[in-house]
Each structure stands twice: as C-alpha cells, then as structure tokens.
Design a protein around this ligand. Sequence first.
Ligand code: MTE
Ligand code: MO
Length: 415
Amino acid sequence: MPDTRRNFLRRSALIAGTALAGAGLARSTSAAPLEVPPTAQQPGRPIPPASYGMPSKFESQVVRRRTDVFVNRQNWSDWSMTPLQHQHGIVTPNGLIFERHHAGIPDIDPATHRLVIHGMVKQPLVFSMDNLLRYPSVSKFHFMECSGNTLTDWTKVASTTVQQTHGLLSCAQWTGVPVSWLLDEAGVAPAARWVLFEGADGSNHTRSIPLDKVMDDVLLVYAQNGEMLRPEQGYPLRAFIPGWEGNVSVKWLRRIKVADQPWHFRSETARYTDPMPDGKWRQFSFVMECKSVITRPSGGMKLDRPGFHEIQGFAWSGRGRVSAVDLSVDGGKNWQTSTLEEPVIDKCLTRFRYRWNWDGRPAVIASRAVDSTGYVQPTVQDIMKARAIAGFVQHHNGVFPWSVSASGEVRNAIA
Ligand SMILES: Nc1nc2c(c(=O)[nH]1)N[C@H]1C(S)=C(S)[C@@H](COP(=O)(O)O)O[C@H]1N2
Ligand SMILES: [Mo]
C-alpha cells in the first residue's frame, strides 16, 4: 500500500477506533455506582467579591524553573523555563511563560510610561499608554523562542527534562498595534533602512531591526492571552517580532529610532552572534529556524507498561507554517508521519500526535519537522557541518532524541 497521506489517515482512524479501546487505559469494574464523595455532601467555597483565579492546589508542580545546568548563575541576568511537559494546548498560560531578562524586572507605572519615535522621520512622536490603547489593535497567535533554547544540550547530556532542554519557548496570543501604522504616521525618510528598539529596564536592552521586517509584521504589544502583559513579559509595552529570536522583542519599550544603518549594540556583537567554521562570527541571525520536540513522553517520565502510548509534542518555524512532523521510534532509522492538530498557524506552535505501540524494548524516539518553505529540521551533525558549535552557542534547532529503557524510563539521549 503506498504511504499516501489518505492511507495514513485511514490507518490512524482504525487505530483510534479499535486499539486504544482495548489498551486497558480504563479499568473495568462492576456496575455499582461510586461512593458519594465528601465534596458532594456539602457546599464548596463561595465566590469572593473579587478575585484573580489560580490553578488547583493539586497542580503546584506545574511551575517555571530556573536552569538546572548553570547553578551559579543565580543573578539578575537569568532565565526561567516553561514546563512544556505540562502544556496541554498551543497556548502557554501567562504564569508559565518563560522569562529572560538581563537586569531583572522593572516595575513600570503605565500612567507615567512614554514611548518616543524619532530619528529619520518627518514628525517625531511621543505616546502615553492611553494614546496607544486608543489605536485600533490586532491579536495574533505566535510562538516566541530564546535563541539560547537548547544551548546546554548540543553534543552531551546536561539537562533531564524537556522544560530544561526546550523551555525557553512559549506561545501566546499577542495584542497590540502594528509598528508600521505609527511609523507611517511619523513619516519614515526614503533612505531609512533600520529601526532601533530600546527598553526601560536596567540593561537598557537595545536592538537594531531591518525596516522591512518592522513594516511587515512587528507589533507594539501591551496584552498577552487577553490580559495586560505581566511585569516579567514587559509591562506595560514591548516590541514583538514574529518568528525571530526572543532577544529582539524588546520588553519595557521606551524608544524607537529610525536610521539608515544598524547600530551594532552589545547584543549584536559580544552576544547573540554565532561562531562559524572559518573562525568568523555570524551577525544578525534573527530567524528561529524550524524545530520540534516530543514533550510526552519526555525526560524524567516513565511509561507504565508496553502497549499504546500517544506521543505528543510541538513543532514551530520562524519562516512560516509547520507542514509535517515525522516521527521515529528507532533512533532516526525510519520515519513515519505524525498527525498535526488544528489550528496550524504561521509562526506558531503546532501540536503533533502519534499513536505508538511500544513493544517494551529499549527505543529512541525523536521528531523532525518540515516547514512551509520545505526546510527540514536538521540533526545536530548536519548543523555542525555549517557552523562551529564549541562554547556558548545559540540557535540549536536540531532533532532531539529521548531514549526509553526496557523499564519505561525516558531520558535525554542527545549524546
Ligand atoms: N528590555 C529588555 N528586553 C528583553 C530582554 C531584556 O533583558 N530586557 N531580554 C530578551 C530576551 S533574551 C528574550 S529571550 C525575551 C524573553 O521574553 P519573555 O521574558 O517575555 O519570555 O525578551 C527579550 N527582551
Ligand atoms: Mo533570549
């Protein structure tokens, strides 16, 4: 039977209808009703006059965590990671969005906060938050990934969980004003080519972005997943640059300047550049290339027994949509097609699923994403042919394997 997409779908439907039902996931029992639990014998908590809802106390393990690998780097320039193994859909809850700041989190009063647009424009402009909130807005689902994601696990195992290997990744619905609208209002000079974004935090984090990209899809964001930004995500205002490394999405935004060339800031020279095989360094490597990872099962989990297990994970691309995710359960020798879950959105996390009948023998599972440009997620060995990876190297989008032992333990298998 040719492995066409239709045949594959038919086969998955068959599996869904029969095999999982017989997998013993629910225990059969006699028809007697369950005992009435105490919670059903008394009223529950009343609704307080006003509240902000919190997760169940039984979900207290679902939290952001700082890096386990750089244990001595507990300072203001730090990061915390999203628990991807607990993320059930494409949206990262606001309290779990990873954090990365170079000088801690400032507390900015929106009443006094100002944004200036100046440089090569006809009319410089200053905005209060009230002004910006008066503009029409757009809301878009996109992922954001720090270019340092997976930095510690290129060639040897350093991290145990997917939170630690891939948790500098989140996905949200971003709401704000396209920067192009405000630049059109300011009147960009014909010779302009680059745009500066500067933060109001202690690091004065600043980046140069090509004008073409800014006019295409860059947003001035004030809300995420329906509520105003959290302080750690840039409250009250940040830049959001879809599909590009998180670093360029400047938080606590206070200044936009237009010019005819880039500025070569610290984050464009000493940091956020990539070593190349010829000893030179690649600058302005903005795009986050197509990548994917299996989140379930993933490092630190245990498969209770052989039989059917749904493999789940996320795929994303800074260049477009995810068009396919291949799945291997034999360390990359053979690949099958997984099922992509709707919606599949441009520059957004996409969920994939694969029904695996584990025979109980040691296995190595991995995913390999393909995006709408035809680009195939490479192996680390492939990446190493084009780039030098010694030291503190960013932009690791390689295929990432997990091993499953005969007793069901799942471990990082990058080595
Ligand atoms: N002003 C400012 N913006 C910043 C940073 C910063 O330290 N200061 N960190 C950058 C980095 S490296 C990343 S990956 C993203 C992280 O955004 P998040 O904390 O909302 O996930 O913000 C970027 N914007
Ligand atoms: Mo970052």
